[in-house]
Design a protein around this ligand. Structure first.
Ligand code: GUN
Length: 282
C-alpha cells in the first residue's frame, strides 16, 4: 500500500483564512478584534520559535497581539501579577503561558490563575475537566487540531481502535479523551508501557506525541492505519517526527508529515479558540 500524506499546512491555512474573514466581518460591524496575549518566560529556543509563530499568525489574522517576555529568573508573584493584569484587560480574550516553565515556577498554580474563559490553551482544570466529563469547554489546541485533520480527511473514528502514545496534559491525555468522546476504543500508552509494538500494531488510528525521533518504526504499524505524528524533534537543525514517515508510507493509508502536519494545526486552533472566546465575551 502506498500511503497518502495529510496536508496539515493546507488545512491550517484554510482555517486561518476563515478566521481572518470573521475578524474582518467583526471590524466592518464596528466590533473589536480578538486579543491574544502570550507570556514566555526564559530563553528556551524551541519556545521562542513557537511564540514567534503564534505572534505572526495572530497578527496575520487581524488580532491584537501582545507578547510578554519575562526573565528566566522571574518571581512567581510577578508572573501571577501579569496574569491578573491580562485577566482584567477587556481587550484580551486569550492568555497563553508558553510551556515548559523554568523549574522554580509552579506550573499548575500559574495555569490555574488564568481566567478559565481566557484559557485558550484549554489547560485550566475547568476546561480539562469539562473535556473529561463531556461538557463544553475550551479544547487544547494540538488535540483539537488532530481531530480536525481526521474530520477533514473523513477518517471514521467511532468503533475504531485508537492508540495514543504519550500521556502529556498538552496532547496525549486530551487526545485520548477526545477520541473516546467520538466513540473510539482508546488505548493510552506511555514510557512505562510493556511491549509498545504489541499495542501500536492493533491501532486503526495511531496518535504519537512523545518527543522521540522515529520511535515508531514501520513494523509497529498496522497495514492501512491512519497515523498522526505530533512529535517535533530537532536534531542538528533538522525536524523529525516521532514516526519514521518515509518507512511508514508503504504501510499506512494516511500519515501526517513533520513538519507540515500537526504543527500548523496547533496555531490555527489557538486562533480559533481565541476568536471563539472573543465572540463569547462580546
Ligand atoms: N508547549 C508546547 N506546546 C504548547 C502549547 O500548545 N501551549 C503552550 N502554552 N505551551 C506549549
Amino acid at each position: 500500500m502506498m500511503g497518502k500524506l495529510i496536508d496539515g499546512k493546507r488545512v491550517a491555512k484554510q482555517a486561518r483564512e476563515a478566521i481572518a474573514a470573521k475578524v474582518a466581518q467583526r471590524v466592518s460591524e464596528g466590533k473589536r478584534v480578538p486579543g491574544l496575549a502570550v507570556i514566555i518566560v526564559g530563553e528556551d529556543p524551541a519556545s521562542q520559535v513557537y511564540v514567534r509563530n503564534k505572534e505572526r499568525a495572530s497578527k496575520a489574522a487581524g488580532f491584537k497581539s501582545e507578547v510578554i517576555r519575562m526573565d528566566a529568573s522571574v518571581a512567581q508573584a510577578e508572573l501571577l501579577a501579569e496574569i491578573d493584569r491580562l485577566n482584567a484587560d477587556p481587550s484580551i480574550d486569550g492568555i497563553l503561558v508558553q510551556l515548559p516553565l523554568p523549574r522554580h515556577l509552579d506550573e499548575n498554580m500559574v495555569l490555574a490563575r488564568i481566567e478559565a474563559a481566557k484559557d485558550v490553551d484549554g489547560f485550566h482544570t475547568l476546561n480539562a475537566g469539562a473535556l473529561f466529563t463531556g461538557q463544553t469547554g475550551t479544547i487544547a489546541c494540538t488535540p483539537k487540531g488532530i481531530l480536525r485533520l481526521l474530520d477533514v480527511y473523513e477518517v471514521p473514528v467511532a468503533g475504531k481502535h485508537a492508540v495514543v502514545v504519550g500521556r502529556s496534559n498538552i496532547v496525549g491525555k486530551p487526545a485520548a479523551m477526545l477520541l473516546l468522546s467520538r466513540n473510539a476504543t482508546v488505548t493510552l500508552c506511555h514510557s512505562r508501557t510493556e511491549d509498545l509494538a504489541l499495542h501500536t500494531r492493533m491501532a486503526d488510528i495511531l496518535v504519537v506525541a512523545v518527543g522521540s525521533k522515529h520511535l515508531i518504526t514501520p513494523e509497529m504499524i498496522k497495514p492501512g492505519a491512519v497515523v498522526i505524528d505530533a512529535g517535533i524533534n530537532r536534531v542538528d537543525g533538522v525536524l523529525y517526527g516521532d514516526v519514521d514517515t518515509e518507512g511508514a508510507m508503504d504501510v499506512v493509508s494516511l500519515i501526517t508529515p513533520v513538519p507540515g502536519g500537526v504543527g500548523p494545526m496547533t496555531i490555527a486552533m489557538l486562533l480559533e479558540n481565541t476568536l471563539e472566546a472573543c465572540e463569547r465575551h462580546g
